[in-house]
Write a protein that binds this ligand. Structure first.
Ligand code: COA
Length: 282
């Protein structure tokens, strides 16, 4: 039976997510809380599959990009298909234009279920982490790296657009949204200048568990001279000074240079997540 989550389900759901954490082949985007109290704050639109009244499976729906994302399904000892079909119907009834899912690359069962229902893989994102440490770099000659304290949205957009043609999220933000985002003290941004011209950027998002490098980019004409490494080292140094216990970075499958850079600098590969999408036009 599939029904909406009730407060009494939360202890069983906390156990279900801890079970999911144990193995990469079970992992998928899911609520982050691991106690009933934290989950109570986090879970809104979500459903459980039950056996003899006990929750054995979970699926949720959260707003994402130009549509919604599925949390889960996480199912102990059964197929993810029934929960997946249920959440697909729910998204359709809410006229969600595009539905996304984020299984771990190793979660073969869920990837097969998504593909059976017409979801297509969009890209794979590789996550790495390191303890904050000195990465050992020399800022190349003619290059200056400066924290951006008064953002010019046009300069930012130009760097963002030129650094990677696959990046689009921030391009849809208006000036005010960009200014507000970078006015938050935990959202930090540095530009690299080559002979006074902006050619690279790195964005760091400081959080309680880890600092995350949200974007790292160097325009193609300025690559291969150590600017990327110097930008990354600057962000990692700042994370260390802010007391972050870990620094996380990510790269999509087409960003091979970034993956090489992270590996050369000794970042540990954490996991790979596949983005799946399905247009819900009837
Ligand atoms: C990833 C990226 C930022 C790297 O920028 P970069 O400035 O070229 O990086 P570096 O110059 O520090 O390192 C690149 C290579 O140049 C080499 N290099 C560095 N300094 C050098 C020098 N003085 N002379 C010759 N080679 C040099 C490095 O050893 C490295 O070689 P390898 O990785 O092939 O072994 C850039 O490729 C990029 O913007 N990619 C698209 C966006 C992206 O993928 N971002 C990451 C996800 S958010």
């Amino acid at each position: 039976m599939i029904r909406p989550v009730a407060p009494a389900d939360l202890p069983a759901l906390a156990r279900l997510f801890a079970w999911m954490d144990e193995r990469p082949e079970r992992r998928v985007l899911a609520p982050e809380g691991r106690t009933p109290e934290d989950l109570a704050f986090e879970i809104e639109d979500a459903w459980v599959a039950t056996e003899a009244g006990e929750p054995v499976g979970f699926v949720g729906l959260v707003p994402f990009w130009r549509g919604a994302a599925i949390e889960g399904p996480v199912v102990r000892g059964g197929s993810p298909l029934p929960l997946l079909k249920a959440v697909l119907e729910e998204a359709r009834s809410r006229s969600v234009p595009t539905l996304y899912a984020f299984p771990s690359e190793e979660n073969q069962e869920l990837k097969a279920a998504l593909e059976a229902l017409g979801f297509g893989p969009v890209h794979t994102t590789y996550f790495y982490q390191t303890e904050p440490r000195e990465l050992g770099f020399a800022v190349p000659e003619g290059v200056r790296i400066e924290e951006v304290l008064a953002l010019d949205p046009e300069v930012y957009r130009r760097l963002y657009r030129e650094a990677d043609e696959g990046w689009s999220l921030r391009l849809s933000w208006r000036d005010l949204e960009l200014l507000e985002h970078f006015a938050e003290p935990e959202h930090r941004l540095w530009f690299a200048y080559l002979n006074d011209e902006p050619v690279g950027m790195v964005e760091l998002e400081e959080g309680p568990d880890a600092a995350e490098v949200a974007y790292l980019g160097v325009v193609p004409r300025a690559r291969g001279r150590g600017i990327g490494q110097a930008l990354l080292a600057t962000a990692v140094r700042a994370a260390r000074e802010a007391g972050a216990p870990l620094v996380r970075v990510r790269a999509h499958d087409h960003e091979k240079e970034a993956r090489k850079l992270y590996q050369r600098l000794g970042f540990t590969p954490l996991e790979a997540v596949v983005t799946y999408a399905k247009e819900l036009t009837r």
